[in-house]
Design a protein around this ligand. Structure first.
Ligand SMILES: [Zn+2]
Ligand SMILES: [Zn+2]
Length: 267
């Protein structure tokens, strides 16, 4: 079976919750038959510092050095350098400053926080008990739209992460997702088909097929990622990711370089 050839979402121990050295991620990518990967470690949080979630600002040069080091070591394998940056409303200028300070190949924008609540952190899961799930879903989709409309990011990360622990909205979200798809399209962002959801309680790729179909109809482009925090996960479940993309109606995916679409590849 043909598989997607790129994996644009992987971390380093600098973020405080990933294991394995960058060269191990590269070795696994080669074993998995990928033709290129992109590191996208968690960018420094602009609202506050938290070593459990991201590197801090003083570690950025080390991150660049690490990845440039393996780019030299594996000169016959394509390794792109990106970041996964949290979208925190009100901090757009601070985020932009970090993203503009280095020639990244791509930047993933992710919503992990609703207000200051890290809703996808297992240590914060207990707080779901006090929340109205429908409100959480609506807040999440609003933040997603804002993150795309900010035009700070090339790729929108795990675009239905709110389902991670299996909480489900009792409302029909079609309208919400339609609106979000329109904003994605108007903002020219790319979605990642992120296989890490399969390894989480929800046991589903981000985004789900029903959601992806709506985005496909809107003409929102895609790329592929494993969101690996462990080298063993690089390129994992790419057969399922490809099948999902095809079922949703996709025929191609994007490859990035220096924050532009380098080319599209057929599925
Ligand atoms: Zn992470
Ligand atoms: Zn993430």
């Amino acid at each position: 079976m043909r598989l997607p050839k790129v994996d644009y979402h992987m971390h380093t121990p600098l973020c405080g919750h990933a294991v394995g050295e960058p060269h191990e991620y590269v070795e696994q990518a080669m074993r998995a038959g990928l033709s290129e990967i992109g590191f996208s470690d968690h960018a420094p949080l602009v609202s506050h510092e938290d070593a459990r979630y991201t590197m801090n600002k003083s570690q950025l040069p080390l991150y660049h050095q690490m990845i440039e080091g393996i780019q030299k070591k594996y000169s016959n394998f394509t390794i792109k350098l990106g970041l996964e940056a949290d979208y925190i409303p009100g901090f757009e200028k601070e985020i932009k400053k970090i993203l503009d300070a280095y020639p990244y190949d791509f930047v993933i924008g992710s919503v992990h926080f609703i207000d200051r609540w890290a809703f996808d952190d297992p240590d914060e899961k207990i707080k779901w008990r006090d929340k109205d799930i429908n409100t959480v879903y609506r807040d999440y989709y609003e933040l997603l739209r804002k993150s795309a409309a900010s035009r700070l990011f090339d790729i929108i990360g795990h675009a239905d992460l709110v389902k991670k622990f299996g909480h489900r909205s009792s409302e029909d979200l079609t309208h919400e997702i339609e609106n979000t798809g329109k904003v994605f399209k108007d903002s020219d962002v790319t979605l990642e088909i992120n296989t890490s959801g399969l390894r989480k309680p929800v046991a589903e790729i981000y985004p789900a097929l029903s959601v992806l179909k709506i985005y496909c109809k809107r003409g929102v482009p895609i790329t592929f990622s494993s969101d690996s925090h462990d080298p063993r996960d690089v390129g994992r479940d790419y057969d399922k990711a490809r099948t999902l993309a095809l079922e949703a109606g996709y025929k191609e995916y994007r490859v990035f370089k220096k924050r532009k679409v380098e080319r599209v590849e057929g599925l």
